[in-house]
Design a protein around this ligand. Structure first.
Ligand code: NAP
Ligand code: F7E
Length: 342
């Protein structure tokens, strides 16, 4: 019988790549979808007809228990979150509820449905394996570079704080109930399916608009921030590998290389044959209340124990995104861009 996976956050960037990957591995894939008529879920259904949808919301404990009861998954990937860092200052409570407490609700749904009592012991003798989407944002103001699985946390946003809560809770369910519950501490990963509010996609869309004569400038915030950017398609394979390991452990996933936002802009404009300095305008209003200046992964453990390595380089990623957005805009499409998230 095919193994069954339940993915929260199915309509997001990682949800789509993970669904595609697991379908290719022969899994029966279920996605948790919220809302009455969620347009992102409809798009997902069109893109991946083989993904089955179950209703549920990370804010609603009962719906998660029903979803787990219905799907009877072998593996649960908790990717659902408020994931845009600036939004976490504007809607801190909601971020805490979805990104933080949502992890507790999902773990509880698994614990209850697999018959694990508060005193331990698995009634049905089966284990649902659980993956939590932890984030390098937990490192925040970093205490060392590069960051590994033992680096301390100093989150700099309500998002980072909520992720740290989910991270420790996942560890705690592993220790308290013997659950196969792991966290992937993933550094920034991007793709042509990245939301338009994140800086890489904002830049690739901006470059495409300028190249096609649809815009004449691109407004950006802090050009000096440095990130470790990889390709989302590579990173979802690491999520799957973590759940196939003999023992439940946490892993750092990234490339081990840092680039600044300035270098990102330079590379993206160059990919379209343009000089970034002619078009990029810096805008103080796009700076954050507290910035994470730099993040750089030490992914040695994942390489040694999971055999995982990123395949797509930074330059290939940037070129892939710019080319995809040039094609998209040339076809007359432009992803909805909520003007409140510049
Ligand atoms: P994304 O594109 O923003 O997707 C977020 C997903 O969460 C969407 O499918 C969204 O569904 C869902 N969601 C939001 N509120 C929900 C709720 N109340 N109940 C259930 N689902 C809800 O994020 P991503 O880039 O794919 O990232 C996936 C996960 O990895 C997130 O947890 C993110 O925080 C984490 N992460 C991402 C990165 C990265 O660089 N991409 C790095 C480290 C960690 P709707 O369509 O219903 O809004
Ligand atoms: O910002 C700077 C900004 O919004 C990256 C999420 O997936 O990765 C992501 O979080 C950097 C920051 O991603 C603009 O100040 C400059 O330093 O693309 P971002 P993020 O905040 O790093 C982590 C690992 C996650 O877990 C999150 O879910 O770019 N920056 N100018 C800008 N950023 C944006 N968005 N827009 C600008 O105009």
């Amino acid at each position: 019988m095919a193994r069954r996976a339940l993915i929260t956050g199915i309509s997001g960037q990682d949800g789509s790549y993970l669904a595609e990957y697991l379908l290719g591995q022969g899994y029966e894939v279920w996605g948790l979808a919220r809302g009455q008529a969620n347009p992102r879920v409809s798009r997902m259904r069109k893109q991946f007809a083989d993904v089955r949808i179950v209703r549920g919301d990370l804010l609603d404990q009962g719906s998660l228990i029903s979803a787990v009861e219905r799907v009877q998954p072998d593996e649960v990937y908790n990717l659902g979150a408020i994931s845009f860092v600036p939004m976490s200052w504007e809607q801190s409570e909601l971020t805490g509820e979805v990104t933080g407490m949502g992890v507790l609700r999902m773990l509880e749904a698994i614990r209850v449905c697999s018959g694990v009592s508060r005193n331990g012991g698995t009634a049905r003798g089966e284990q649902i394996r659980f993956y939590q989407a932890s984030s390098s944002e937990m490192f925040g103001q970093v205490s060392e570079t590069p960051q590994n699985e033992r680096t301390s946390f100093h989150p700099r946003s309500p998002y980072g704080v909520a992720k740290a809560y989910g991270h420790f809770l996942t560890q705690n369910y592993r220790e308290s109930y013997g659950m196969f519950a792991v966290s992937g501490i993933l550094f920034n990963h991007e793709s042509p399916r990245r939301g338009a509010e994140f800086v890489t996609r904002k830049v690739s869309l901006g470059v495409a608009r300028i190249k096609l004569g649809l815009a004449d400038e691109l407004r950006l915030g802090n050009l000096e921030a440095r990130r470790d950017w990889g390709f989302a398609g590579d990173y979802v394979q690491a999520m799957h590998l973590m759940l196939q390991a003999d023992k439940p452990e946490d892993y750092v996933i990234g490339t081990g290389r840092m680039k600044s936002v300035r270098e990102l802009a330079e590379a993206a404009f160059a990919a379209a044959g343009l000089d970034w300095e002619r078009y990029v305008v810096t805008d103080q209003t796009l700076h954050r209340p507290a910035e994470v200046d730099l993040l750089c992964a030490d992914p040695k453990k994942a390489r040694a124990q999971l055999g995982w390595e990123p395949k797509v380089s930074f330059d290939e990623l940037v070129a892939m995104m710019v080319e995809a957005d040039l094609r998209l805009l040339s076809n007359g499409d432009d992803p909805e861009h909520d003007s409140s998230w510049p």
